[in-house]
Design a protein around this ligand. Structure first.
Ligand SMILES: Nc1ncnc2c1ncn2[C@@H]1O[C@H](COP(=O)(O)OP(=O)(O)OP(=O)(O)O)[C@@H](O)[C@H]1O
Ligand SMILES: [Mg+2]
Length: 343
């Protein structure tokens, strides 16, 4: 594990920018209610990178989509708050929310090319973003401004690249273009949902470096969604581990990796490939995320949990554990850390 943010002052003293409290987003389907996000709380502070990590289907994207109010039917936010600078995004009108998206909060996705218009040159798309955003609309926006945007995200030969169509760009380049577009609005919060999952490893590192640099230069907050513990280790200041729609652990990144408490987190960490070290077999967590319609009673992770068997814990399958502060700033939802009198 490497961490390039060790020499940065801890972001924990910074003011909260986004406070998500007890967020619940359900899908009301014919088969039943899918509890995609089921009581998630976390805070993103100014200048901080908050990692949200978990396997596929844990509710990571739906958490982000809920904050931006992009959940479509049959999905609905059933409760909770998402306070952005103290104002609840979940109570904003559609129009207020549209203004918020892009200007103060930007989002980038896994598939950059699907967010770009395939029939328009990159310059046209970048200039459109600038046009919408500038204060004085009578002043024409020049191509040079688009070239500058590309330079700002480290695209080489930007003056030529700006004339490309999306299909002429690699995935990494397209993601940089997306990042350039979201930066045009100088957002205070960037939500990045698996921004590098579709990219080659070396390109992945470059895009992550770019996101970190933008954070450093602009003191922007980042909510970084990933299923990759390696990305979390590299990037995040603080991490929320999600499992089956809930947060199961939360801690500063260094602490999470040095002393993971939840058996699920330990499983995720053990499944990180270590460079230069040949493991016979990567330890993967057996089983899969439960169906979010038919959640097992008790702890959602219990059916897959080695610790439950090792410690012969019986209540795991009967009652859901609470998210408790096991150590200062380090929360976990697991019966291993809850005393008997809470049962
Ligand atoms: N339109 C829908 N109807 C029913 N269920 C849905 C719908 N969209 C999402 N879900 C469910 O919500 C749950 C959470 O999905 P989400 O996309 O947030 O997962 P994720 O953690 O982002 O996974 P991934 O790593 O694969 O992106 C999943 O169980 C998914 O099946
Ligand atoms: Mg997702």
């Amino acid at each position: 594990m490497t961490s390039n943010n060790k020499d940065k002052p801890p972001a924990s003293g910074n003011e909260p920018l986004l406070q998500v409290r007890d967020l619940k987003t359900y899908f009301f389907t014919r088969e039943g209610t899918v509890k995609a996000v089921d009581g998630v709380s976390f805070t993103v502070r100014r200048g901080e990178i908050r990692g949200i990590v978990g396997e596929s289907g844990c509710g990571k994207s739906m958490t982000a989509m809920s904050i931006l109010r992009l959940v479509d039917k049959p999905g609905r936010i059933v409760s909770g708050e998402a306070l952005f600078r103290g104002e609840d995004l979940l109570k904003k009108s559609r129009r207020e929310m549209t203004a918020m998206r892009g200007q103060q909060i930007s989002m980038i996705f896994q598939e950059p090319k699907s967010s770009l218009n395939p029939v328009l040159k990159i310059s046209t798309q970048l200039l459109e973003v600038l046009r919408v955003h500038r204060d004085d609309r009578s002043v024409p926006v020049k191509t040079e401004a688009a070239v500058e945007m590309l330079r700002g995200v480290g695209i080489p030969d930007a003056a030529r690249r700006v004339d490309n169509y999306p299909h002429e760009m690699s995935g990494g380049m397209a993601q940089r273009v997306m990042i350039a577009m979201s930066m045009a609005y100088a957002p205070d919060l960037l939500i990045a949902d698996e921004p590098t999952t579709a990219l080659d490893v070396t390109i992945q590192a470059q895009v992550l470096d770019l996101i970190r640099k933008l954070r450093d230069d602009r003191d922007m907050a980042v909510m970084l969604i990933t299923h990759d513990m390696g990305v979390v280790a590299e990037m995040a200041d603080i991490v929320t581990v999600m499992y089956a729609g809930t947060a199961v652990e939360e801690a500063p990144t260094i602490e999470l990796f040095e002393e993971p408490l939840h058996p699920y987190t330990r499983g995720l960490i053990n499944s990180i490939p270590v460079m230069g070290q040949v493991k016979d077999r990567l330890e993967v967590i057996p089983g899969r995320v439960p169906d979010l319609i038919d959640l097992p009673p008790g702890c959602r992770f219990a059916p897959r949990c080695k610790a439950r068997i090792e410690h012969n814990l019986t209540r795991c399958e009967i009652q859901e554990p609470h998210l408790i502060e096991a150590q200062p700033g380090h929360r976990v939802r697991c019966w291993l850390y809850e005393s008997d009198d809470t049962v």
